[in-house]
Design a protein around this ligand. Structure first.
Ligand code: FES
Length: 224
């Protein structure tokens, strides 16, 4: 009478992989760990790609480094702004244009920020420092208003209400042969101190200036 061999349990662990079911080459636990690792890798890759694109892509958005004529000195008042459109990137058509609000330096209101050869005229960017919508100077209110989320800036571009995190950016200005020219953009903190240009949404007061350092490609600005 032949000896009967005990039947193998389907849960037997004699296949060389601890915890494996019969016929499996990879345990469910291993499969789950592998899936978690792949998912984590994809998530980290996505974040890294976004950060790299943010760091490298921005210099290509604003490529202008020159000076733009915005009118004769006697065309620019000191008690209100005149809008001027300048081209930051000629290759991108209308997208490369931006509106700048220009006025003459006024001792009565321009008491903060550097007083030097670049501040004889004030040129304020229309790009809102919350999320970048176009803000507009409203003469009746003597404030800049952003229609997107209710951002309000006072006459010198400081935040007066709403979500923007810093004053409106400015541009260097100079006078050449009686003509006012607007140069490169710079950012300011709430005391109108100059900083190299930052994107919207980055505060520059307190630790903000260290949390959001400027890009190396944009550091060579006078007075920053
Ligand atoms: S983009 Fe201007 S308030 Fe939000």
């Amino acid at each position: 009478m032949s000896e009967r061999r005990p039947a193998k349990s389907k849960y037997t662990l004699d296949r060389g992989i601890p915890g494996a079911f019969e016929g499996e080459t990879v345990t469910r636990r291993r499969m789950m760990v592998l899936a978690a690792n792949v998912t984590g890798g994809i998530a980290i890759g996505g974040v890294a790609l976004s950060a790299t694109g943010f760091a490298l892509g921005q210099p290509f958005v604003e490529v202008d480094t020159g000076w733009h004529d915005v009118g004769a000195e006697d065309e620019i008042p000191d008690d209100t702004y005149v809008p001027r459109v300048i081209t930051l990137d000629p290759k991108t058509g209308q997208v490369g244009k931006t509106t700048v609000y220009v006025r003459k330096h006024n001792d009565r209101v321009d008491t903060e920020g550097p007083q030097d050869q670049y501040s004889r005229y004030v040129a304020i960017s229309s790009r809102c420092m919350h999320m970048g919508c176009p803000a507009r100077y409203v003469q009746a209110a003597q404030h800049f208003i952003c229609p997107c989320h209710g951002g309000v800036y006072d006459f010198v571009g400081k935040v007066a209400g709403g979500p923007p995190v810093r004053p409106l950016d400015r541009f260097y200005t100079r006078v050449v042969n009686g003509r006012v020219e607007v140069g490169r953009r710079y950012s300011v903190n709430s005391e109108l101190k100059r900083f190299s240009p930052r994107p919207p949404g980055q505060a520059l007061d307190g630790v903000g200036q260290y949390l959001f350092p400027s890009r190396p490609t944009m550091r060579k600005l006078p007075g920053t």
